[in-house]
Structures are given as C-alpha cells and as structure tokens.
Design a protein around this ligand. Structure first.
Ligand SMILES: Cc1cc2nc3c(=O)[nH]c(=O)nc-3n(C[C@H](O)[C@H](O)[C@H](O)COP(=O)(O)OP(=O)(O)OC[C@H]3O[C@@H](n4cnc5c(N)ncnc54)[C@H](O)[C@@H]3O)c2cc1C
Length: 592
C-alpha cells in the first residue's frame, strides 16, 4: 500500500523552505501552511484510494489502440473524471482562467503524490499544465479565452508535440509543414512518441505542435508553435468538426503502459487546421516555457516513483525471513531488514529520495520568487537560480531515481525480478524519466552551455557561496553531529574546484567540458542535495515544527547516512570532471 509521506512533505514545505512566508506576496496572500496541509491531506486521499489501486492493473492492461481512437485501462476514465470534478487540474493555474494559484513547491508536492501512486495517470495532467502555462504566457487574448478555461479545468487535455522520427534531441530538424490559409494554417506531417496524444477521457484534446512555416529559415530559428485542436472549436466555444489529426498507432514499450504514447498524423488530405501562437519562428522559445515546467515535473515524478519503490521494498524487508543475526547460529530467522546491508540499501533509497525531493521543491520555490518577489534584483537572481537548477532536477533526480528503483528490486532478491511483487514495475516505469523532456545528455549540455557558459558561472558561484555560508552557520546540536555539516561543506568545496576547472574549459575547449558534463551535473545534484539534507538535519535537531520526535530523529539519521555513504561520491565525480575528459576524447567515434 502506498502511503503519502505527509509528515515529510510538510517538513520540507514548512520548515525547510518556509513556504508560508510567500503569503507576504499578493499572489499568495491567501496561502498559509494550514491551507497547504489541507490540500496535501486531500490529495493524499485521492492518490491512495483512487490512483494507487489502478497502478498495477493499468500496467498489466495497458492502453488500447483502435482505428477509432485509444481507450485507457479499466477505471482510468472514471478516475480522471473524478480528478477533474474534485478540481485537481486547476491547482497551480492562473485564477483568471478558473485556476487556484499555489506555491510551486506545494504543486511539486501534490504532483509527487500523483506520480508515486500512478505515473501513467499523472502524465496527462502534467502535460495539460504545461500547455496551459505556455498559452497563459504566449497565447493571444482570443486564444486564451477560447481554450484556457476548459484546459485549466481539465475538461480538455493538452499535449506537447515536438518529436518526429528525424527530430528527437535535435529539434532543428522538425519538418512538419505549416501552410498559411486566411487567419489560420494547415499542418502536414507526422509526429511520434506523443504522450496522451489520443485517449477516451475527454471530447477534445488541444495539441501544442512545433512546425515550420513554408519558407521559414532552416534549423531552430524557423520553428513556430501552433495550437491544433483534435476537434475544432467554434467562436462561441461549441465543438465543431473533427480536425485532420489522427492517432495512427501507439507504442509497445518498457513501462508506463497505461499512458498512450502516440504516433499522430497531421493532415492526411487538406491539412490540420492550426493557429499560430505568438510570433512566427519563435516556437522553440515558447515551447521552452512549457518544457521548463515539464522538466521540473519529470524531476518530481522520478523521485516519486523512487519513494514508492522504497516504501514497497521496506515493507518487504520487514516481512521476508532470511538468515540469522551474525554469530548467533541458534537464533530464530530474522526479517531481512535486520541485515546491515539491507538497511544500507533501504537508507540509500530513502536518503536519495529525500535529497531529490528537497532539491526539486527548492527549485520550484525559486520560480515563485522569480515571478513574485517585489525586488527586481531578487527576482532576477531567483530566475537565474531556477534556470540553473532545472536541468539538475530533471537529470540528477531521474538518474538517481533509476538507481533507487533498481535497488528496490535488489532488496526483494529474486522476487524483485518477477512481476508478481510489483517492484519491477517501478524500474520499468521510471526508466523513461531520464529520456523524455530531454535526455540526461541534453540537460547536461543545457547546464554547461546555457546556464553556466553564458554567465561564466556566476549563478553557480552564487549558489555555492550560499550553500557554504548556510552550512558554516549550522550549529551541531543534539543528535545532529557536526560531521553531517562538515561532509556537506567538503562536498561544496569539491564542487567549487570542479566548477572552476569546467568553467575554464567551456569557452576554451568546449569538447573537454562536454566530455564530463554529465558527471558535473551529477556532482551539482549530489552536493545540492547534501546541503539541503544537512540543513534539514539541523532544523530537525531543533525540533520546533509540527512533526513528531520519531520523524525528526529519522530525518537526522537519514541526513547522516547520506553524508557518510552517498556524498563521498562527490570525490570521484570531481576527479572525473577535473581529469576525465581526455579519456573520452582520445576514443575516436569509430573505435569506441
Ligand atoms: C514514452 C515516451 C514518451 C514521450 N513523450 C513525448 C511527448 O509527449 N512529446 C514529444 O514531443 N516527445 C515525446 N517523447 C520523445 C522524447 O522526448 C525523445 O525520445 C527524446 O527527446 C530523445 O530523442 P530521441 O528518442 O530521438 O533520441 P536521440 O535524440 O536520438 O538521442 C539518442 C542518444 O543520443 C544522445 N544525444 C543526442 N544528441 C545529443 C547531443 N547533442 N549531445 C549529447 N548527447 C546527445 C542522447 O542523450 C541519447 O542518449 C517521448 C518519448 C517516449 C519514449
């Protein structure tokens, strides 16, 4: 059974991040910790009682394709209807379109509950959110009025339609054609891998599609963003004719079986009617708005599955009898959780999940400060920090969650490898998170190219000095030993020296920087997680919040475990960043 980690979520929101303080900004004037706690309580109920029971049956049954459309596994359609009628889709969207604005960190917490209980289900609301956000920021007034209220409520869902067979990571290769026709365009082309591109939930789907207007420049500078409704919408909001967009098949894949991954054909005859969003040729820039929200969302959903895998593994480890205590041959057999190595595995899962959660919520909070802080300089600094952190959340969290889910199988022994126990589903489901919304390699390119290269490491240096300053100020107290803080400080120092070496290379020898960009990104995630866990331990040692004593003690111990058993990886990663590039570059492509 999945249990929403409410005490932990509240700790991170209320005590680590002080989310309640956002009430000082007009946008969050009605927000309090109590409001956040009651939203979480209700979301937990929905996740535990509606979404979780559908997770394994949905994996077994999968989505079905027919020439008339796609049907979702039994129970999904009803769950979605309840999700919408309970108002969950509206959480986090602009009140102008019927939404309820809440702090991003709380949004992350709620998304975690959906992702942990049923990743396939969560993808549809997540992508709708991204589409809503892009239209809120870039759509015309008329487009907003026509589409947003029904997308924000969940009455219609949204998609993100970028990928083509020859254009995956390299979106400059997008070939879908847009031909102008009066006040709209006609689209022709095939898109692949479109998540929830077709389904039986709603009577309309609003596709946000990248295409190239005839005569546009080649490459990324010639891509525009279009709205393509599955069913055309009349000016009065009523539904009109079916548009020329068809799902011609769905993929058979490793995981997330209940989430249809669609091949969409636009324009078999006259072309799919499409409406340009914003200016021509600025589509990729607009799509990035959507991708940033989605990348944070993927970082959240990955550790959410990791947490589910942890809970599952811990439950198994408490009941599976195997072996006896070391040196006591006559003793009774013990649940495997008594073996130190099993506890090590479980603590690795737990501590990495807690670190990933803290990093994701922290990044979410930076987005709120960037949008709502009254001081322009503070807004700019928060935006720079959010921009820096988003590829880290996307890539480090997802890579880590893959390891966490795999350890979950290991805790189960052979029973983890058979489908019956359910541990394997988490490994299969979470596997996609390092791939979609930009692979780990692409996130690392973004981190070192756009986020560090452009400001010559200024945003990263600011983060490093904040981490150091805060860690130096932490007083060892009670059960929070100085060694947790010291380990975090040492890791910050390693990150600082690795950054110096990397920043030097970005301009002078970009290939060298690219050869170690993923290890560098992992180092950033690992160290940021170490900082936030050490801070958490110090807060827990003071024990002033609403959580119970056991929770605080566990928090302190988990942080210590991370400092002692996980954070030392920083030594190896820093060495790779400083010395490892040549070993990649000397391997010629044809000789690897
Ligand atoms: C289940 C699923 C759901 C998806 N949902 C959607 C969706 O809703 N909408 C949508 O538009 N797309 C979607 N995608 C597509 C997804 O975003 C792409 O698969 C992903 O961006 C990678 O592109 P690709 O598969 O073409 O791999 P490629 O781009 O061919 O990459 C292959 C490998 O090469 C590496 N690589 C490529 N270029 C570089 C580079 N410049 N530097 C370093 N390494 C590089 C990659 O990191 C990767 O390891 C989905 C895919 C799947 C499988």
């Amino acid at each position: 059974m999945y249990r929403a980690p409410l005490e932990e979520l509240r700790f991170v929101l209320e005590e680590l991040l002080g989310t309640g303080q956002l009430a000082a900004y007009p946008a969050f004037a009605d927000y309090t910790d109590e409001v956040g706690a009651s939203i979480l309580q209700e979301a937990a109920r929905f996740a535990e009682s509606v979404l979780e029971p559908l997770n394994r049956p949905g994996d077994r049954e999968g989505a079905h394709w027919t020439p008339d459309g796609v049907s979702t596994p039994k129970g999904f359609k009803e769950a979605y209807a309840q999700f919408v009628s309970d108002g969950w889709q509206q959480l986090g969207t602009d009140p102008r379109f019927g939404g309820q604005r809440v702090p991003q960190a709380l949004n992350c917490a709620v998304q975690e509950l959906w992702g942990a209980s049923n990743l396939s289900f969560e993808l549809c609301p997540m992508l709708t959110h991204g589409a809503v956000h892009a239209l809120e920021l870039c759509g015309s007034e008329a487009q907003q009025q026509l589409f947003l209220p029904r997308m924000a409520s969940g009455e219609w869902t949204g998609t993100m339609v970028l990928t083509e067979p020859q254009a995956g990571s390299d979106l400059g290769e997008v070939r879908t054609r847009a031909v102008p026709e009066g006040d709209h365009y006609r689209l022709f082309g095939q898109k692949i891998f479109i998540t929830w591109g077709e389904h039986d939930y709603t009577d309309n789907i609003i596709h946000m599609v990248l295409a190239r207007i005839e005569g546009a420049p080649a490459g990324v500078k010639g891509i525009s963003l279009f709205i393509v409704p599955k069913v055309l919408v009349n000016a009065d909001g009523s539904l009109g004719e079916r548009n020329e967009v068809r799902c011609i098949s769905i993929e058979h894949k490793l995981g997330i079986h209940a989430s249809p991954t669609c091949v969409l054909q636009f324009g078999q005859d006259r072309g799919a009617i499409a409406y340009l969003v914003g200016q021509p040729n600025r589509g990729l820039e607009y799509m990035f708005i959507m991708m940033n929200t989605a990348r944070l969302g993927v970082g959240v959903q990955s550790y959410a599955v990791g947490d589910r895998a942890f809970q599952h593994a811990a439950e198994y480890a408490r009941t599976r009898l195997q072996g006896k205590p070391a040196g006591a041959a006559d003793a009774k057999r013990l649940p495997i959780i008594h073996h130190p190595d099993v506890r090590r595995m479980l603590l690795t899962m737990k501590s990495c999940t807690e670190a990933s959660r803290a990093v994701a919520f922290y990044a979410g909070q930076q987005l709120d400060l960037a949008a709502h802080h009254p001081d322009a300089a503070a807004r700019a600094a928060a935006q720079a920090r959010a921009d820096l952190l988003i590829p880290i959340v996307k890539a480090w969290n997802t890579e880590t969650a893959n390891e966490v889910a795999a350890i979950g199988v290991q805790v189960h022994g052979g029973m983890g490898f058979v489908e019956e126990t359910g541990a394997a589903q988490y490994v299969r489901d979470v596997r996609i998170t390092t791939i979609y919304e930009g692979t780990t390699g692409i996130q690392a390119n973004d981190l070192i190219g756009r986020k560090i290269g452009r400001d010559r490491g200024a945003a990263l240096s600011a983060l490093i000095s904040d981490m150091r300053r805060e860690l130096e100020a932490l007083e060892p107290r009670g059960e929070m030993p100085g060694e947790t803080r010291d380990a975090a400080l040492q890791a910050v120092a390693l990150l600082e020296s690795a950054s110096r070496s990397l920043v030097g290379n970005i301009a002078a020898a970009p290939e060298r920087a690219l050869a170690v960009s993923v290890p560098f990104l992992k180092l950033c995630g690992l160290v940021t997680g170490g900082w936030l866990l050490a801070k958490s331990a110090a807060i827990a040692a003071a024990g002033r919040g609403a959580a119970g004593k056991d929770f605080y003690q566990s928090k302190i111990r988990t942080a210590r475990f991370y400092a002692k058993q996980v954070l030392p990886q920083a030594i190896g990663l820093a060495k790779v960043v400083e010395e490892g590039a040549a070993s990649v570059l000397e391997a010629e492509p044809e000789r690897v």
